[in-house]
Design a protein around this ligand. Structure first.
Ligand code: HEM
Length: 472
């Protein structure tokens, strides 16, 4: 049976120097055969210690039990700072807790259901664009567009105009492509002026472009919220009427100080939600479509499920909940191609794991990519089997072996949002098209900020009936 593609690991571990010089374009290329079997790996260089931790008990210790001893890695903060400022994704300690408390209400389950209509409007527009999809055309840009559009509509009630979208998405592609290189330059403590020369300039310009667009959208809304706080009844009414996530953030206040987010803090959080919210979902959706195209039988079963549910009711949160196979295909895509392939932490204190002494400041990596494909944790680890999530005995409970959204207090805030959006997009495409991979096309997975296919995802869409004519 065809096995979904994954980069063939090298036989042996490459030195970190070799990784630096030859494999800096994709994290995945630095993995070797034993990476998929080991419980913990260690990489040493003068001044640099890096530990890769796969053993479930240790992963739990780092991410759930002793989180304060394993904060987010400073390197990650430095890399993402030009785009995200001091956002929840990279902060630690009290600053993170305050941000999380203020963001959580915007992502509560009921709130996610409230934005269904906004998501659906973006997906209806996607259906219209897909009618122009050419045989064998890359579907990845459309997945990136629709997920970015959903974020703009649900977070800021703004549609992405095609020109504006292209500018932002191009800027983000530059930012994303340069980031792993910069991570290695920083890890190897390459002096700052060389980092700037080699990698930083393009990234900084890209980050600036994205932030300027976001600032322009937020400024009038922020001024309106300030006027509402100063007692203007019209501004208060307008603020309360808006259903989007930005309005929830503009009304949030810190429990202790009673202070709202400042303008810059809001821009940081929204830029982060844009990055964390569209890039990850786009990656997962593109891989889901790949897997469904590779396994036509499962695609037909999922199509039958979608048509059966939609014969009884319109597309709704309730209908999506009944599409169990669609959900499980997405879950399996997240297992095989977890968009965030590596979670990066550091040791705040010296510690010891599996007999290895880890000095304070060491980098610790937890890899959903490796854990999801570990041969001791999964049967048929590299195979596509959406049925494994329902009714089968798993080799290890999911709570120990499956972490596409992370785990513990820093678990993804947008997991329910992502699941709802993905089921909606997949159900819509399954309803409207049968899809196949272009002849001889094989995607090439690369690990950058997220796991994407370097050569896109070339699909042919064959209409089932009259696709997308009626927004159902
Ligand atoms: C398939 C889609 C998604 C995947 C696979 C995903 C994955 C993740 C992972 C693995 C983390 C934890 C990172 C770590 O521990 O280092 C995370 C954190 C986060 N994600 Fe997601 N994410 C997705 C979609 C979203 C969406 C749609 C949003 C918001 C609109 C979002 C917002 C966030 C935020 C704010 C955090 C930081 C939480 C914190 O540190 O407290 N994500 N995500």
């Amino acid at each position: 049976m065809t096995c979904p593609v994954f980069p063939k690991p090298a036989k042996n571990k490459a030195s970190l120097w070799k990784v630096f010089f030859t494999k800096r374009h994709s994290w995945l290329d630095a993995l070797y055969e034993r990476s998929y079997r080991m419980k913990m790996g260690e990489f040493k260089l003068p001044g640099l210690r890096l530990y890769m931790v796969n053993q479930p008990e240790l992963v739990r210790k780092i991410m759930v039990q002793d989180v304060n001893q394993f904060p987010k890695n400073r390197l990650l903060g430095e890399i993402l700072e030009p785009l995200l400022g001091e956002s929840i994704f990279t902060t630690n300690g009290e600053q993170w807790q305050k941000q999380r408390n203020m963001l959580d209400p915007a992502f509560k389950h009921t709130r996610v259901q409230q934005v269904f209509g906004l998501m659906q409007a973006a997906v209806v527009d996607m259906s219209a664009r897909l009618k122009a999809h050419q045989p064998g055309q890359d579907i990845d840009p459309e997945m990136t567009f629709v997920t970015a559009d959903i974020i703009f509509r649900t977070i800021m009630s703004t549609e992405l105009a095609p020109g504006q979208a292209q500018r932002i998405l191009d800027a983000f592609t530059h930012f994303q492509a340069e980031s792993p290189k910069l991570a290695l330059l920083k890890m190897f403590r390459v002096p700052g002026f060389i980092q700037r020369g080699l990698s930083e300039r393009k990234r900084l310009t890209s980050a600036r472009d994205i932030r300027t667009t976001i600032e322009d959208i937020i400024r009038p809304r922020y001024e309106q919220a300030e006027a509402a706080r100063a007692g203007c009844p019209q501004s208060r009414a307008a603020l309360e009427q808006q259903q989007d996530i930005l309005s929830s953030l503009l009304q949030a206040t810190d429990a202790e100080s009673g202070q709202p987010f400042s303008f810059n803090e809001i821009v940081d959080q929204i830029s982060m939600l844009f990055l964390a919210g569209h890039e990850t979902s786009a990656s997962a959706l593109t891989w889901s479509l790949y897997l469904l195209a590779l396994y036509p039988d499962i695609q037909e079963q999922a199509y039958a499920e979608v048509t059966q549910v939609l014969a009884e009711q319109g597309m709704s949160v309730e209908a999506l909940r009944k599409m169990v196979l669609v959900r499980d295909c997405f879950r399996e895509a997240l297992r095989l191609y977890p968009p965030v392939g590596f979670l990066s932490r550091e040791c705040s204190h010296a510690t010891e794991m599996r007999g290895k002494k880890m000095p304070a400041g060491s980098s610790v990596m937890i890899s959903p990519w490796l854990i999801h494909r570990h041969q001791d944790f999964w049967d048929n680890p590299h195979g596509f089997d959406p049925g494994r999530f329902t009714g089968k005995t798993l080799k290890m409970p999911l709570s120990k072996s499956y972490l596409p959204f992370g785990a513990g207090p820093r678990v993804c805030i947008g997991a329910a949002f992502a699941q709802q959006e993905a089921s909606l997009i997949l159900a819509t495409i399954l309803r409207d098209y049968r899809f196949t991979l272009a002849d001889d096309f094989v995607p090439k997975p690369v690990g950058r900020l997220t796991i994407r296919s370097q050569n896109g995802m070339k699909l042919t869409l064959i209409p089932r009936a009259t696709p997308g004519d009626t927004p159902r």
